[in-house]
Ligand binder design. Structure first.
Ligand code: HH2
Length: 273
């Protein structure tokens, strides 16, 4: 899953793709690099982010989704929003996935829309809300609490008419979690996978990687790769990343190593290896 942030303030690429042309070109590049799904967002969820009015979010994402639908029809389009009105317009513009970081808590009616439109959804765990979530988050046992939350939200989605096989779950790395909480969730990800739905992970460039390595946001690709490969090994199915080519290569090599199966590719003409 490649990230297309049509925002001025996203934590790693805010302002780079606010212009629709730039966002569409970026989405095309991510699909060329191997993304199967593009997650288009018009509101940052970084710690401390200010909410964006619906009209503004709509103005950012709808033109981009419409054009991506025409230009990269091979990719599925996901809308990263918690608002019914934005999701409704996004689905009309071609999105077939709704990625809601509040797991239908901000606007519970969003579940009915997803059910009605036959969309897929990704339900994510977050402690609190983006403005305050990193203020001293606490759990007795982060993995069992996140697991219980995701089970409850899955049951809610199904009760609202969304078939279980259209629901993906996400432990919400960095959303109301300390470095230790993030690492424990990744280390024990198999317990989240055991719920029985495909698991999405989003570690890409996040601050816990910077805290461990001392690296700035643009220098966190090695940490992003390490965490995604380990999440894959523990059963994750989808990897929400900004750097699709590098993470895809890493996952392909990891999968080939574990399974012994691989498809020969031709190295580029400049390669000496
Ligand atoms: N992380 C971000 C946003 N949406 N959705 C899911 N399902 N999982 C995640 O981990 C996740 C997410 C934050 O990353 P980004 O979109 O790059 O930043 P921002 O929220 O500042 O736009």
């Amino acid at each position: 899953m490649g990230v297309v942030n049509v925002t001025p303030d996203s934590f790693s690429d805010g302002g780079r793709f606010l212009d629709a042309d730039a966002a569409v070109a970026h989405g095309r590049r991510l699909v060329d690099e191997g993304a199967d799904v593009l997650d288009v967002g018009g509101e940052s969820t970084r710690p401390g982010a200010a909410p964006v009015p619906a009209e503004e979010e709509l103005g950012r994402v709808v033109p981009v989704l419409e054009r991506l639908g025409e230009e990269v029809p091979q990719a599925a389009l996901s809308i990263d929003t918690s608002k019914v009105v934005v999701a409704e317009a996004a689905v009309a513009a071609g999105a077939t996935w709704v990625n809601d970081v509040t797991a239908f808590r901000a606007e519970p009616q969003l579940a009915g829309l997803v059910a009605d439109r036959g969309a897929h959804c990704c339900l994510m765990h977050m402690l609190g809300e983006p403005r305050t979530m990193q203020r001293d988050p606490r759990y007795d046992d982060v993995v069992s609490e996140v697991r219980a939350f995701l089970e409850e939200r899955l049951a809610f989605a199904v009760a609202e008419g969304i078939p279980a096989d259209r629901v993906l779950l996400d432990p919400g790395i960095g959303f109301g979690k300390t470095v230790e909480h993030n690492l424990e969730l990744l280390r024990r990800l198999d317990e989240i996978v055991a719920i029985g739905r495909p698991v999405v992970v989003g570690t890409s460039r996040k601050s816990f990687l910077g805290k461990i390595t001392g690296r700035e946001v643009g220098e966190r690709l090695p940490g992003t790769i390490a965490t995604n490969v380990l999440a894959w090994e523990r059963g994750a199915s989808m990897f929400r990343v900004h750097d699709v080519a590098a993470v895809r290569d890493a996952l392909e090599v990891a999968a080939a190593t574990v399974s012994g199966r691989w498809t020969p590719m031709t190295p580029s003409p400049t390669s000496k290896g």
